[in-house]
Ligand binder design. Structure first.
Ligand code: RAM
Length: 359
């Protein structure tokens, strides 16, 4: 931890301390800044777009789980960014997508005086208390990939709009089953903020007249575990022998479902799409199990999240709508409503283009 690491933002520390004192003086009922910003633990203050980007920041990435190639690539993008702004990077996290495990990691990072915590939440509520304690201790919190409740973080870096992802997934599966038939969703964990938002919006999309003949029969949860996702796929086909297609909006789920289908009588008959990494899905596109699927660039997502964290920790932004910041090679981004920054639309991969991608 560099000696000078908190020096670039003495103003923010003073404001945070003042907020604590005001809270104490008023018996916890009011805070001086509350009407401007009701978010618990948020160090309020003016953004200074001209503030230099601090060097020596301690930046920690805490993904949903560490043994998931998607997060390996995303966090690798974060590391690239941290090296560019001369901070120190580390990745910590559970091997299973568990919110309670994430809480322990957050508490440790907070005790270590981490400047920026970048995390993908396994649950919108369960890690909130720990994140707000970390923020009160001086950390900036960026969620990426999967958000918490907005009041528990400073900025959420979203991979694409949830509506855009939901529309993409429904269009892909509808096209692949010829616009008619039963489909199922194979999701990640039941509490995952991102997957649940997409599923809700997929239901809304399916309610539109153009998808009237596509029937969503069930949602199964593979918990972002390869074996469980594989077995859940098998279970779906047993329970619904007339299933036409599966949508799995998780890289772990879609790869496991593809592996099951490719070795079964359903290969090429039951359609499968979802959100997958080209490297995990390539063999299943080549063997005819999967026609097309989608994803954004996970490395860019991590890279952008790290730069958002650095801009926060340097006082360049506070997380308010309309603020702008530079994210290295990705250029300038503007914070939208609710403290959300959007990376960009997802890409679709198929036999034509999959060999051009290596992630
Ligand atoms: C899995 C995770 C992650 C999600 C991707 C698409 O790796 O569930 O949160 O964004 O899939």
């Amino acid at each position: 931890m560099p000696q000078l690491k908190r020096d670039p933002r003495p103003g923010l520390i003073a404001i945070a301390m003042a907020a604590v004192l005001v809270t104490a003086a008023c018996g916890g009922t009011t805070r001086g800044s509350e009407q401007d910003d009701p978010a618990a633990g948020r160090a309020t203050g003016q953004a200074n777009p001209d503030a230099p980007l601090a060097e020596g920041l301690d930046v920690a990435f805490l993904p949903k789980q560490v043994n998931n190639p998607y997060f390996t690539v995303a966090d690798g993008g974060g590391k690239t960014a941290v090296e560019e702004f001369k901070g120190s990077f580390k990745e910590v996290g559970p091997s299973e997508a568990s919110a309670s495990s994430q809480v322990s990691y957050i508490n440790t990072l907070s005790q270590q005086g981490t400047d920026v915590i970048v995390t993908s939440a396994n649950d919108p509520n369960a890690i909130c208390g720990a994140l707000n304690s970390a923020r009160q201790a001086g950390a900036k919190v960026v969620t990426f990939d999967s958000d918490t409740k907005p009041e528990c973080r400073d900025v959420f870096v979203n991979q694409a709009t949830a509506e855009g992802i939901a529309r993409n997934q429904v269009e892909l599966i509808s096209e692949q089953i010829g616009g008619e038939g039963k489909i199922a969703i194979l999701s990640a964990t039941p509490n995952a903020t991102n997957q649940n938002a997409w599923i809700e919006l997929m239901r809304a999309e399916l309610a539109k007249p153009e998808f009237a003949k596509v029937e969503l029969v069930t949602v199964a949860y593979g918990n972002d575990e390869d074996q469980k996702s594989f077995q859940e796929t098998q279970g779906l086909l047993r329970s619904y022998p007339d299933l036409e297609g599966i949508v799995s909006p998780t890289t772990v789920g879609v790869a496991a479902a593809a592996r099951y289908l490719s070795g079964s009588q359903y290969k090429g008959k039951v359609a499968l799409t979802g959100l997958g990494t080209p490297n995990q899905m390539r063999e299943f596109v080549k063997d005819g199990t999967v026609r097309s699927f989608a994803l954004w660039k996970p490395a860019d997502l991590g890279y952008l999240a790290a730069f958002a964290g650095a801009a926060l920790a340097s006082g360049r932004i506070t997380g308010a709508e309309g603020e702008e910041f530079e994210a290295g090679r990705l250029g300038e981004f503007t914070i939208g409503a609710g403290g959300v920054v959007v990376l960009g639309p997802p890409s679709v991969f198929d036999a034509e283009n999959i060999d051009q991608f290596d992630f």
